[in-house]
Write a protein that binds this ligand. Structure first.
Ligand SMILES: Cc1cc2nc3c(=O)[nH]c(=O)nc-3n(C[C@H](O)[C@H](O)[C@H](O)COP(=O)(O)OP(=O)(O)OC[C@H]3O[C@@H](n4cnc5c(N)ncnc54)[C@H](O)[C@@H]3O)c2cc1C
Length: 428
């Protein structure tokens, strides 16, 4: 807590944590500063909590393999287009396979809508509507990691109240701006200013670190009173499970949305309990005590990659394609082959390709060349222009100082030197 925050909040919050069995310990400012030396020495009170961060890309891999091990199927890159209703019952879904354009019909005994901020659009396909409010949140990653632990501001939830160290970077979060559509992700300069200014209160001198990227996501929030206005920040983050037979007279379909990533297993359990009841399955749900099996994949840290590289002999030493994140040629080839996706953004999510300080300035064209060699039906430019567009989107809102210099260098490499905007077909 800082001197700018409501004085009575820490005690109310502390008591509420105890009442709900959540571990929290008050510590002295001296101890807080020993743990986090760059913290503002003028903070008023400090608490230790069991906060954590996770790699959401890795989490999805773990979920997919858990689903497959349990006999389920996961179809990537398929878009739901329509739902077929027969006598007030959802009986089929039509999807498009985005890689080929092929249409596929899925028949099922029950349909669960877990489309996050798109949940309302999906429900609309069955003629159902419910009041969902969309809160866009912007985040900024710094090129460095000035903290060891997650730092939260101890005050009622508001903009810019968290600093999260992730891998080699730190993420400043977040804002909350109500938007009309899940694709309304434009970042406003005032959001960036606000995040940096709030970060500076917790860590004086934070603005000397170079901002790396900015991006935004949209939270789906339940607004039970239709037409009610008011800030999305104030809406509860609890999840909502709607059985559409009860709420709308449409059978064999439920929607689950809202909540937090932290509670996603609980959300899954509630949704599956409903599905099981509807299908007459009496087996108790095991989601709550089934750990996802992390051994099957190798977690990535830059230091382990560096150690591997340094201990390998000169002859075995691999070609490094992305120097910032130490991504090797063979790792890229393997990722392309195993995902069978020519999309370099998928390689990025798996290996952190292009996510370091130069934001793909030097690795994107190399990786595109590899994709072109390795993939049976590559994208004509190896996926380069789409990959660069996505990288560009995240650095554009930060166009000043050193970030601007890096942007300009990258722009000149790709546009002036390589003329990438002219690569359309392999023959050209
Ligand atoms: C800025 C921000 C900060 C956050 N911070 C935190 C935090 O600190 N801690 C925390 O616990 N939670 C946090 N959250 C919340 C958390 O990220 C969300 O609760 C969570 O991602 C929602 O998961 P979901 O599966 O319901 O929806 P999503 O993750 O949005 O998934 C919905 C999926 O449905 C797919 N989809 C939609 N329409 C279709 C269609 N027609 N066909 C096929 N697929 C479709 C989408 O492609 C998407 O993959 C934050 C969210 C935001 C936006």
């Amino acid at each position: 807590a800082t001197h700018a925050d409501p004085v009575d909040y820490p005690d109310r919050w502390f008591t509420a944590c105890h009442e709900h069995g959540i571990y929290v310990e008050e510590i002295s400012t001296e101890r807080a500063l020993r743990i986090e030396p760059d913290l503002n020495p003028n903070i008023s009170r400090s608490f230790r909590v069991l906060d954590a961060s996770l790699d959401s890309f890795e989490l999805l891999h773990l979920l997919v393999s858990a689903i497959r091990r349990a006999g389920g199927q996961v179809w990537l890159r398929h878009r739901l287009e329509s739902l077929t209703i027969d006598r007030n019952t959802v009986v089929a879904a039509e999807v498009t396979k985005l890689t080929t354009g092929e249409r596929v019909t899925i028949r099922a005994d029950f349909f669960a809508n877990a489309a996050g901020p798109w949940a309302r659009q999906v429900a609309n396909l069955a003629g159902i509507d419910f009041p969902i409010a969309l809160g866009k949140g912007t985040m900024v990653a710094l090129t460095s990691r000035p903290v060891h632990t997650i730092i939260n501001r101890c005050r009622p939830p508001s903009d810019g109240d968290i600093i999260v160290p992730v891998g080699t970077v730190a993420v400043l979060g977040t804002t909350d701006v109500e938007v009309e559509s899940p694709t309304e992700l434009a970042i406003e300069p005032r959001e960036i200013d606000l995040l940096l200014a709030q970060g500076e209160i917790l860590l004086p001198g934070l603005s000397k670190y170079r901002p790396l990227r900015a991006w935004a996501g949209v939270r789906p929030l339940y607004r039970p009173v239709r037409g009610e206005s008011g800030s999305t920040r104030a809406l509860p983050r609890g999840h909502v499970l709607l059985d559409h037979a009860e709420s709308d007279g449409v059978f064999k379909m439920a929607s689950i949305f809202g909540g937090k990533l932290t509670t996603f297993r609980l959300m899954a359990e509630h949704a599956m309990d409903l599905v099981a009841r509807q299908l007459g399955v009496g087996t108790a749900c095991r989601t709550g005590d089934t750990p996802l099996d992390p051994e099957r994949r190798k977690f990535f840290t830059l230091s382990t990659r560096l150690a591997e590289l340094e201990t390998s002999s000169e002859t075995d030493r691999e070609q490094i394609i992305c120097e910032c994140e130490l991504v090797t040629r063979s790792a890229i080839e393997e990722a392309l082959r195993s995902s069978s996706s020519p999309d370099l953004d998928d390689v990025r999510r798996d290996l952190r390709l292009g996510m370091g300080p130069c934001q793909a300035g030097f690795c994107a064209y190399r990786a595109a060349g590899i994709a072109h060699e390795v993939m049976p039906s590559p994208i004509p430019d190896g996926g380069l222009s789409e990959f660069l567009k996505e990288r560009w989107r995240g650095i554009r809102p930060l166009g000043w100082g050193e970030t601007l210099c890096q942007m300009e260098l990258t722009r000149r490499i790709y546009l002036d030197l390589l003329h990438t905007h002219m690569i359309q077909e392999p023959s050209k």
